[in-house]
Write a protein that binds this ligand. Sequence first.
Ligand code: GDP
Ligand code: IMO
Ligand code: MG
Length: 422
Amino acid sequence: MNVDVLLGLQWGDEGKGKIVDVLTPNYSVIARFQGGPNAGHTLEFEGNKHVLHSIPSGIFRKDAINIIGNGVVIDPIVFAGELEKLEPYGIELSKRLMISKKAHLILPTHRLIDAAAEQAKGDKKIGSTLKGIGPAYMDKTGRNGLRVGDLLLPNFSQKYNELKEKHLGILAHYPAFEFDLATMETAWFEKVERLKNLPCIDSEHHLNRLIKEGQKILAEGAQGTMLDVDFGTYPFVTSSNTVTAGTCTGLGVPPTSINKVIGIFKAYCTRVGSGPFPTELNNETGEKMRQEGNEFGSTTGRARRCGWLDLVQLKYAIMVNGVSELYMMKADVLSIFEEINVCEVYEINGERITDFPYDVHSLAVTPIYTALKGWKQDLTGLNSYEQAPQALKDYVQYLEQQLEVPIRLVSVGPDRSQTLFK
Ligand code: GDP
Ligand code: IMO
Ligand code: MG
């Protein structure tokens, strides 16, 4: 039971990167188990702001080993860009960063197919980050994919060309659009060399050995539960399992090795991209949240949609993940509101519903809100939870009663230090 899991309970961007960085000193290893360059995990410390996409968020702490697990999909170009941005920090990457040989590669043609498929969907588009995630996972489950371990094979070029040809065949079915594949490929093959210089390992063996030795591992999720390919708001989801179960398949660790499941949520809700969002505020209040929370995507810069906290959704996420403790993020953003709304129940066709519905995107959902008193006080300078205003403590207590899981951390700003343990 040495593996703790930290994952997002909403539609991503809950603040996972910040918290993994905060928790890293308690662990020997930080391991990403799914997703890829669609993720953008932001860390702030000592005046630095840093966004990671495929590299685990433990990379800035001195001793931790960071592992990119088999469940992750890697684009060598994005990955090399991340490595370059780490250079000023003088991190000994060959000792601190390892990649599973079983992680799948995102090819330039995956990105082209992603773009073509989204374009063809018209107003039904997913709002993908266009990083080639969907097509890469399709090749994985379709048993066509190329893996990091394949880069070491003498016939890699042949394998690459065979898959590329398949992709060009797929692209021919879409309306023509312009692209310069040769330039994309040159960059890709150049950056592949950078990736190959890092330890490419059998990470499932490595992790299980560490578990046997009693070392502590933190599994870092990407995206959020409502973007999970099985349990999210399908089809407006990503193409991997973002839930706790994804830890086992994405790292090769057994379910019996999992100890804590830390579920992280914002004190309100955001979503970037298309798809249902029952408590979305398409009004001045939503705009105020966006500005105060600086809700613009870490990967694409797109404005995030904002709304009140949704307990129907959150209870569902807690259930499918088996969350044992909760961390609440961005409490400081709500300091601007006199009154804070929380959705306890949905009304659908005159009926009150508390089970998150299958076809939420095709239903007219009216969220029924409970209004709570705001704290109207700047929280960003607080040093301990005891100092927090009573109205915030009441908000936290109300949520704990509703969700039946303890809230162990409240975050009051983007910096590492703006973190209150309870
Ligand atoms: P992730 O994808 O879950 O790692 O989250 P992102 O990094 O995409 O988005 C979270 C954003 O909120 C980042 O810009 C963080 O720096 C910022 N952030 C994290 N925690 C807090 C907080 O408690 N308060 C405020 N104001 N910002 C926060
Ligand atoms: P982190 O790890 C928020 C969203 C996209 C789109 C859908 C599918 O930073 O929380 P994809 O590129 O996977 O095909 O996009 O999922 N999405 C995210 N939204 N945070 C993320 O990651 C996301 N990764 C993907 O906006 O709606
Ligand atoms: Mg993010």
